[in-house]
Ligand binder design. Structure first.
Ligand code: ACO
Length: 377
C-alpha cells in the first residue's frame, strides 16, 4: 500500500530537531524551542544547527562577523533583481537569486565540509539582503546597504525600512527567525535533501527547498492567513459566522492543522505572546483580537467534529509580521530566510551520509497494451 503523502514514513536519521506532535513539543539539537526562543538569538541557533552545540561568546562573535561579511549582494545579482517585474512573487525572486548565486560561485559543485559551511553562511547572509532589496526596488526606492554591526533581525528590518527598529521589534523579529529555523523532515527540507541526494550542489538544493516552501499548504500559508484576516475584517461578518461558513463550504481555515502536530504548535504559543507585546506597543490589536476569535471558534468547531486541528506557526506569524510593517507577500520569503540554516544543516547531514533518495510508486495503470499504427488510434 502506498503511504499517501509519505505520512508516518521515516526517511532517514537527523540530529537537528525532534517534534512530539501529540504533546506539541519541538526541540532543536536537544533544546526546547521555548527555551531557545526566550534565551537565544538567530545567530546562536545557526551555530547550534551547523555545529551541534550552542556557541560561547567568542564563537558567536566570529559567526556573526562571518555572516555580516557575506551580506552584500554582488552587482550582477542586484542588477538582476532590478530587472525583475515589480509584481513578482518574492519567493520566485529568492528562488531565482539562489539559483543565480550558484552560477557565480566557482566552487558551487564542491560539496566538501568547509565549502558546505561557507555556502550555508553565504545563503543565510544573502537571502535577507535580496528580500529587502527587491522590496525596496519595487517600491521605487534604492536598496539600503547592510550594516555589519547589526544582527540578522535588526539588519533585515533596517534594510527594509532604511531606519533602525526599536528593541521590541528587533527582538520580535529575532524570535520569529529562531522559531522558523528548523523543523524536521518537512516538505521543503525533504526537497532539499532529495536534490542533495543526487550529489547535486547546495544552490540547487536550496532552490528546490524555496520552490517547495512557496506552496500554500506549507510556508505560503502565512500569506493566506493575512488574506483571511483581511477578508473577515472587510466582510462585516463575525469571525464565528465566517469560519462556520468557510468550513461548511469545505474551505480550509489557513494557519490551522499540521501533518505532525495534533496539539497546538509550540511556535504558535510563543508567537501569540510576542504578538501581545508588539501590538500593544503599536496601539493596534485588531489582528490579534480577530485571530483570537477565530482560534476560539475553530476550537469549538473542531472539537465538535472530533478533529485534532490546532493553530500552527503561520497563524500568528501573519499578524506579527504585519505589525512589524512587513508587506504581506514577503511573509513566506521571511520564512525562507529563517529556514536557510535548517535546510543547510540538513544538507551537511545528507552529504556526510548520502544515499540516493529514490522511492517507488505503486503502479495502478493498465498492462499488456500493444502499440497500434498511428492511423488506427
Ligand atoms: N481547516 C479545516 N479543516 C482542516 C484543516 C484546516 N486548516 N486542516 C486539515 N483539516 C481537516 C481536513 O479537511 C481533513 O478532514 P477529513 O478527514 O474530514 O477529510 C483532516 O483535517 C485531515 O486533513 P489532511 O489534509 O489529511 O491533513 P494533512 O496532514 O495532509 O494536511 C495541512 C496538513 C496541509 C497543513 C492542512 O492541515 C492544511 O491544509 N492546513 C491549512 C494550511 C496551513 O496552515 N499550512 C501551514 C502548515 S505549517 C507549515 O507548513 C509551516
Amino acid at each position: 500500500m502506498a503511504a499517501k503523502g509519505l505520512e508516518g514514513v521515516v526517511v532517514g536519521q537527523s540530529r537537528l530537531s525532534w517534534i512530539d506532535g501529540a504533546n506539541g513539543e519541538l526541540i532543536y539539537g536537544g533544546y526546547d524551542i521555548d527555551d531557545l526562543a526566550r534565551n537565544t538569538t538567530f545567530e546562536e541557533v545557526c551555530y547550534l544547527l551547523w555545529n551541534g552545540a550552542l556557541p560561547n561568546q567568542q564563537q558567536l562573535d566570529e559567526l556573526s562577523r562571518e555572516i555580516a561579511a557575506q551580506r552584500r549582494l554582488r552587482p550582477e545579482i542586484l542588477e538582476m533583481i532590478r530587472a525583475f517585474p515589480g509584481d513578482a512573487d518574492p519567493m520566485a525572486v529568492l528562488r531565482t537569486v539562489t539559483s543565480a548565486l550558484g552560477m557565480y560561485d566557482p566552487n558551487a559543485d564542491d560539496n566538501s565540509e568547509p565549502e558546505l559551511r561557507r555556502k550555508a553562511i553565504l545563503l543565510t547572509a544573502q537571502l535577507p539582503t535580496a528580500t529587502a532589496a527587491y522590496d525596496r526596488i519595487r517600491r521605487g526606492l534604492e536598496p539600503v546597504e547592510p550594516r555589519d554591526e547589526l544582527g540578522t533581525a535588526a539588519n533585515f528590518l533596517y534594510m527594509l525600512n532604511g531606519e533602525e527598529a526599536n528593541e521590541t521589534r528587533i527582538r520580535t523579529m529575532d524570535v520569529a527567525l529562531v522559531l522558523h529555523a528548523e523543523h524536521g523532515m518537512n516538505a521543503s527540507t525533504f526537497a532539499a535533501r532529495v536534490t542533495a541526494g543526487t550529489l547535486s550542489d547546495v544552490y540547487s538544493a536550496i532552490t528546490s527547498a524555496i520552490g517547495t516552501l512557496k506552496g500554500p499548504s506549507h510556508g505560503g500559508a502565512n500569506v493566506e492567513v493575512m488574506n483571511m484576516l483581511r477578508e473577515i475584517d472587510e466582510s462585516g461578518t463575525s469571525p464565528k459566522e465566517w469560519v462556520r461558513e468557510a468550513l461548511g463550504s469545505g474551505r480550509r481555515v489557513m494557519g490551522f492543522g499540521h501533518r505532525v502536530y495534533k496539539a497546538t504548535d509550540p511556535r504558535a504559543t510563543v508567537l501569540r505572546e510576542l504578538a501581545d507585546k508588539i501590538m500593544a506597543e503599536a496601539g493596534e490589536t485588531r489582528w490579534l483580537d480577530l485571530s483570537d476569535q477565530i482560534r476560539t471558534v475553530m476550537g469549538e468547531e473542531m472539537e465538535a467534529k472530533g478533529k485534532k486541528i490546532y493553530p500552527n506557526v503561520d497563524f500568528f506569524s501573519a499578524s506579527v509580521y504585519t505589525t512589524l510593517g512587513i508587506e504581506m507577500d514577503l511573509f513566506t520569503a521571511v520564512f525562507a530566510m529563517a529556514r536557510t540554516p535548517g535546510w543547510t544543516a540538513h544538507l551537511f547531514e545528507q552529504y556526510a551520509n548520502n544515499r540516493l533518495i529514490r522511492p517507488e510508486a505503486e503502479y495502478v495503470g493498465p498492462r499488456g497494451l500493444r502499440v497500434k499504427p498511428i492511423a488506427e488510434r
